[in-house]
Each structure stands twice: as C-alpha cells, then as structure tokens.
Ligand binder design. Structure first.
Ligand SMILES: *[C@@H]1O[C@H](CO)[C@@H](O)[C@H](O)[C@H]1NC(C)=O
Ligand SMILES: *[C@@H]1O[C@H](CO)[C@@H](O)[C@H](O)[C@H]1NC(C)=O
Ligand SMILES: *[C@@H]1O[C@H](CO)[C@@H](O)[C@H](O)[C@H]1NC(C)=O
Ligand SMILES: *[C@@H]1O[C@H](CO)[C@@H](O)[C@H](O)[C@H]1NC(C)=O
Ligand SMILES: *[C@@H]1O[C@H](CO)[C@@H](O)[C@H](O)[C@H]1NC(C)=O
Ligand SMILES: *[C@@H]1O[C@H](CO)[C@@H](O)[C@H](O)[C@H]1NC(C)=O
Ligand SMILES: *[C@@H]1O[C@H](CO)[C@@H](O)[C@H](O)[C@H]1NC(C)=O
Ligand SMILES: *[C@@H]1O[C@H](CO)[C@@H](O)[C@H](O)[C@H]1NC(C)=O
Ligand SMILES: *[C@@H]1O[C@H](CO)[C@@H](O)[C@H](O)[C@H]1NC(C)=O
Ligand SMILES: *[C@@H]1O[C@H](CO)[C@@H](O)[C@H](O)[C@H]1NC(C)=O
Ligand SMILES: *[C@@H]1O[C@H](CO)[C@@H](O)[C@H](O)[C@H]1NC(C)=O
Length: 558
C-alpha cells in the first residue's frame, strides 16, 4: 500500500533544508573559529623573526592566514644564520684584506727599489701597481661595511692625475655570496717615501672609464610582437636562462614531481612562497625534479592598478640562478613539451602517477617509481592549496628549502645602488602605516606614534642630526615625511626612481625577460628593495618596539 501523504514531502524538504542549514552553520562556525584562531594566534609576521624562531612559527602556523603588514619581505638570504656556509667553495674568493695588500706592497717595494722609481711619481701612471695599492688601502679604511673581492687594473680618468678603478665587493650585511660592482674616480698626489696618496675620491659609479665593456645581447625575438628588437646590455653576472633537458633520453631518465596550478594562484606573495617552498620541499624529499611554473600571478594588493596581474616572471622577484644551483628544477612548458614528444614517439607511454588529493602524504609516494608524480589540485578551496601537502605529519619530515629562495639579483643591484649612493653610511627607520594605522582597534596608538611630529620627536633622540636617513615605509604619500627634512637628510625609495626608469639597467634587463616589453616596477619589488636597504643601515629603528608600544600583531599580543 502506497499512500502519498501530502505532508511528507514538505517535511522531507524541510528536513533537507534544516540539515543543509545546520551544515552551513557548522561551516560558518568553523570558519569563524578558524578566523579567531588566525587572529588571536598572532604568528602573521613570522617573516620578521630570526631563523630558528621562524621554522617554529611556520610549523605552528600552518592554518594561519598569510597577512602581514606587507612592508617587509624576508627571503632566504635574510634568514641565513651567520654560521651557515654562505659561499659555495667553488665561488669562494679571498677578500682583499690588509695582509693581502701588505704582501703585494712588499713585492712592489722590492721591485721599485731596484729601479729607484721615485722620480716617475710626478706623472701618475694608472698601471703602476702602487696606484692600485693606494686605492685598496683607502677603500679598506673608509668602507668598513664592505668586503672587497677583486680589483681590476686601474685605467686613466679624465685628467692626467686621475685614475678610474673598478672592483667587486660584497656587503657584510648581506649573507649571500653575491658580488656587486663599483667603479670610482680617484685623484692622486705624491705621498712620502715613493708612494701615491689620494687627494680626492669621487662617489659611487663615478669611474666610468673602468666600467667594463658590457656584453651586448640581442633582445629575444618573439614573432614580431615586440615593440622593438634592439641590442641591449645586461648584467653579465646574472645567468637565469631556463635550463633545457636536452635529449629525449634525459627526459625519460628523470624523475619528476609536477604540481598543477591550485587555489594558490593570484593569492598574496607570502602565500605563494609558502606554497612553492612546500612543493619544492616535497620534491627534495622524494629526490625528484620539481616542475615549476615561472609565470606568477601577482595579487592586486601589490599592483598599482589594484587588479591581479598574470604573467609576471618569477625572475623579476627571485634569483632563478641561485634556485637552479640549490634545487633540481625544470620549467613547466619545457617539461610538458618533452613529455608530449616522448608519448608521441613511443608506444610505451611515460609512467605517471596521478595524485588527486593533498591527503596522500609525501611518505606514501616515497616508493613510487613512476617517472612523473602529478599532484592535481582540483578540489574546492581551501583543499586546493599546495601548502596543504606539507601539513600535519608531513610537516615533520618535509623542510621548506628557504635557503634556495633569494631576491632577484636585478633588484639587489638597485639596493646596492641606493646604499652605494649614500656610501653605506646611513641610518634607517621602518615606518609601518597603511591598514594597520587605520585599524584603531588592534593598533590604537600606531597612527599617532607614526605621525610626522611624533617621528621628529622620537628620531631626534636616536639619530644624529643631518645623518642620511632612509625611510622604508608603506605610507604612499611622498610628502608625509617632509617635517623630518629639517633634521635629517631624508631618503625615500621614490627618490631613486631613475634606477628603474626607462633609462635604467633594470629596465633594459627586465625587458629582455618580457619579450621586449617594459616591466612595471610593482609594489612587491618596492617592498623587496625597501627591506634590503633597511637591513644595510647602521642604526635601524623599527616601528614596533622603537616608535610605538603597540604590538606588531595587535592588542595584547606582545
Ligand atoms: C589546522 O587545521 C587542521 C584541520 O584543517 C586541524 O586539525 C589542526 O589542528 C589545525 N592546526 C592549527 C595549528 O590550528
Ligand atoms: C723583499 O725584499 C726583502 C729583503 O730585501 C725580502 O726579505 C722579501 O722576501 C722580499 N719580498 C718579496 C715579496 O719579494
Ligand atoms: C706605467 O707602469 C707600468 C707598470 O709598472 C709600466 O709597464 C709602464 O711602462 C708605465 N708607463 C709609463 C708611461 O710610465
Ligand atoms: C694614460 O695617460 C698617460 C698620460 O697621462 C698616457 O701616456 C697613456 O697613453 C694613457 N693610457 C691610455 C690607455 O690611454
Ligand atoms: C717614510 O720612511 C721613513 C724612513 O723609512 C719612515 O720613518 C716614515 O714613517 C715613512 N713615512 C711614511 C708615510 O710611511
Ligand atoms: C645581433 O643582431 C645583429 C643584427 O641583427 C647581428 O649582426 C649580431 O650578430 C647579433 N648578435 C648576437 C650576439 O646575436
Ligand atoms: C648559464 O647556466 C646554464 C646552466 O643553468 C649553463 O648551461 C650555461 O652555459 C650558462 N650560460 C652562461 C653564459 O654562463
Ligand atoms: C636521488 O636520485 C639520483 C638520481 O635520480 C640518485 O643518483 C641518488 O642516489 C638519489 N639519492 C637518494 C638519496 O635517493
Ligand atoms: C622615457 O619616459 C619618458 C617620460 O615618460 C618619455 O618622455 C621618454 O620618451 C621615454 N624614453 C624612452 C627611451 O622610452
Ligand atoms: C637600454 O637600451 C636602450 C635601447 O636598447 C639603450 O639605448 C640604452 O642605452 C640602454 N640603457 C642602459 C642603461 O643600458
Ligand atoms: C629598538 O628596540 C629594541 C628592542 O627594545 C632595542 O633593542 C633597540 O636598541 C632599539 N633600537 C633603537 C635604534 O633604539
């Protein structure tokens, strides 16, 4: 007997409605709890902590949101502990120390004693080794924060008593082994005992005759789409070409870990790094080559346009050359092309293991012999974030290779230029404003404590009058700091616009990566440069703990 009760259907529907409402409430509630945890939990600025604390914070904060004040950006080179070997042995160069100079001086003295070279000193001969020794001594005395690595033989300046000298150096505050170049003009006079002395030394990059002949490369061709294909110059020390796998056999012999694009795409850059390093960490754990997409989507918060922008090259922001040295990677389109080529040419397809959920842990893939392990991230958010692979148990054995991620050398050249123009003799203040200053609930005093008058009052007690003062800040209004100008020589990032303007090296070099189209200097690059200049200051004043008593992560978090 089947009697349809007119009431059952609505009841059934109501029940379904009730259940779904209940489910939704549970969902909302858990999101709420999650958010509360994220807010009260207070890790969000782990990027500022020291290396051991960082690891701890990161492992605890797996669920935390990736919000920080976006005015500082730490990468591997900033986290390196001093004890860690920063220089690969093959690249180690002995710094030019006093002992090294003394040795070469002794040699020269012996030589000149034989030929009694004192008379020749009336004319300054730039190739005379004594010229170089004089410069080496001078630099060592004046630039205490610099490690001098290699000098080139001085060349003539613009006048007979001038020489231009070029050298490579490293900043003691930079923990990477990367080298930078400077070339300056020196004016010489006669010192005692057959020596030269420096009468005048010009500033950063003044010795243009010693500037090396730069390699001319033809801009990459891109099917006539380029606005101009003109020969251009580049930093010959940067080699971030995309590696190729070479022969087919090489492809087949390899073992790959391939992450397809997940929910991380177009999220903030901290999220990007956190996820990318999880994937790379898993690849290292599995002893596989990581397939990497060099095309990044930059979130709107960093873009002057305010919109998410796709197609940003990884190499604008990070040091791809260093990454290539530290990890086994292959670029995604190279990889896909070789994969397709192989499958077309051979009956036996390349063995692939598809992994559809992050719940399959890395340890479960350890024994897998497939050529390709392909992690797919097609579940709804937040199940489709790469970094979820490294949660839970996996966090215990997957280590994020922070040491592999450095800032782009092209950005670091700008940092070096800014600090070099100040002769590395500057103090800096980090002024956090932006969203935090507007949020009076979590940061009640921040806005007032970073007001122009408060800054003047506070900094006068810490920084000597008329020192170079670099201000790293997320305050967008350029003239905001004008009051400080009557006390200090104020420098802001925007004072150095020319370094990324359309006549700069940076402009030319990034254009080469972008098929001949100009690259915009975006908010993320600004933060990267601001951060590194800040770290090179002699005295560094921080917003939290120095300027204001508010806590970095909101009320009652410190
Ligand atoms: C992170 O989330 C998972 C479930 O998604 C939960 O089991 C774990 O306790 C959370 N961890 C923290 C530190 O909140
Ligand atoms: C220079 O000469 C002195 C003595 O004349 C000698 O002891 C020294 O070894 C020489 N140095 C070099 C580098 O030739
Ligand atoms: C300059 O010094 C170099 C090295 O000592 C020497 O070979 C050269 O002849 C000198 N030139 C002049 C013009 O004195
Ligand atoms: C450098 O200047 C000296 C004289 O001042 C001159 O004899 C020499 O030829 C010049 N060297 C070069 C490479 O121009
Ligand atoms: C020059 O030589 C004399 C005697 O060798 C020495 O006393 C003097 O200190 C030297 N001067 C310099 C500036 O090295
Ligand atoms: C650059 O292009 C010019 C003209 O198209 C050519 O003569 C030259 O050989 C090219 N140089 C390089 C390094 O490819
Ligand atoms: C750049 O590095 C690649 C390896 O990643 C190497 O094969 C290539 O020869 C290097 N190019 C130059 C110009 O050094
Ligand atoms: C990693 O893989 C390479 C080649 O694929 C192999 O030579 C090496 O022994 C492996 N290392 C470990 C620790 O499994
Ligand atoms: C550089 O930019 C300025 C101002 O935007 C413009 O006038 C100039 O033509 C540009 N120069 C080049 C080489 O693109
Ligand atoms: C950049 O490239 C343009 C044209 O290719 C060239 O005229 C200019 O001198 C280059 N600028 C720098 C700083 O190298
Ligand atoms: C900033 O505050 C920290 C922590 O209180 C302190 O160690 C440091 O000396 C202060 N810096 C300056 C420049 O006053």
């Amino acid at each position: 007997m089947k009697e349809t009760n007119p009431a059952t259907e609505p009841i059934g529907q109501n029940l379904i409605k009730l259940i779904s409402n209940l489910c939704f409430s549970v969902f909302v509630f858990s999101v709420l709890i999650f958010t509360v945890i994220a807010i009260t939990y207070q890790p969000p600025d782990p990027w500022l902590e020291s290396a051991p604390a960082l690891t701890k914070l990161f492992t605890q904060s797996e669920n935390a949101t990736f919000k920080n004040d976006n005015s500082i950006l730490k990468t591997g080179e900033d986290l390196q502990t001093v004890s860690a070997p920063a220089v690969p042995p093959a690249l180690a160069i002995e710094p030019i120390t006093e002992q090294v100079i003394e040795k070469s001086e002794e040699k020269v003295t012996n030589m000149t004693l034989k030929s009694s070279g004192c008379e020749n000193l009336q004319i300054v001969n730039c190739s005379d080794p004594r010229v170089l020794i004089t410069v080496e001594k001078f630099n060592l005395k004046w630039f205490k924060s610099i490690v001098f690595l290699e000098y080139q033989t001085p060349v003539n300046g613009s006048k007979p008593d001038e020489c231009d000298v070029a050298w490579k150096f490293r900043n003691k505050k930079e923990k990477s082994w990367r080298k930078y170049r400077d070339f300056r003009r020196f004016k010489f006079g006669n010192g005692e005992n057959c020596t030269y002395k420096i009468v005048h030394a010009s500033g950063w990059h003044s010795g243009i005759n010693a500037r090396r002949q730069r390699i001319k490369v033809n801009a990459t061709k891109s099917g006539g789409k380029s606005p101009k294909i003109a020969p251009s110059v580049r930093d010959e020390e940067i080699n971030d070409t995309i590696p190729t796998l070479g022969s087919e056999m090489n492809f087949r012999k390899g073992r790959y870990l391939y992450y397809s694009r997940g929910g991380d795409y177009c999220k903030g850059m901290n999220h990007y790094m956190w996820s990318f390093l999880c994937g790379l960490g898993e690849a290292m754990y599995l002893n596989r080559t990581f397939v990497m997409d060099l095309s990044i989507c930059l979130a709107g918060s960093y873009n002057p346009s305010g919109k998410d922008e796709e197609g940003k090259d990884f190499r604008y922001y990070f040091d791809f050359e260093h990454l290539k040295e530290m990890a086994s990677i292959v670029e995604e389109s190279e990889f896909l092309r070789d994969w397709k080529k192989w499958d077309r040419a051979h009956k036996k397809k390349v063995p692939v293991r598809k992994v559809v959920t992050h719940k399959v842990m890395p340890v479960q893939l350890k024994k897998d012999k497939s050529t390709i392990i392909w992690r797919q991230f097609d579940a709804p958010e937040p199940e489709n974030y790469w970094y979820r692979v490294c949660e839970g148990q996996a966090a215990k054995y997957i280590q994020r290779p922070w040491h592999a991620l450095w800032k782009s050398k092209r950005l670091m050249n700008i940092v070096t230029e800014i600090s070099g123009q100040m002769d590395w003799d500057f103090d800096a203040v980090h002024v956090v404003r932006g969203e935090k200053a507007q949020n009076k609930e979590l940061w009640p005093h921040l806005d007032a404590d970073t007001s122009p008058d408060a800054l003047v009052a506070k900094l006068q007690g810490i920084i000597q009058p008329w020192r170079n003062l670099y201000i790293a800040t997320n305050e967008p209004f350029y003239n905001y700091f004008d009051k400080l100008r009557s006390h200090f020589k104020v420098h802001l990032l925007d004072d150095y616009k020319a370094l990324w303007g359309n006549t700069s090296d940076w402009y030319n070099e990034t254009m080469l990566l972008n098929h001949g189209w100009p690259v915009e200097f975006d908010g993320y690059m600004r933060v990267a440069v601001d951060t590194e200049v800040l770290y090179r200051a002699k005295t560094r004043v921080e917003t939290f703990y120095n300027l204001t008593s508010d806590c970095k992560d909101g009320v009652n978090t410190c």
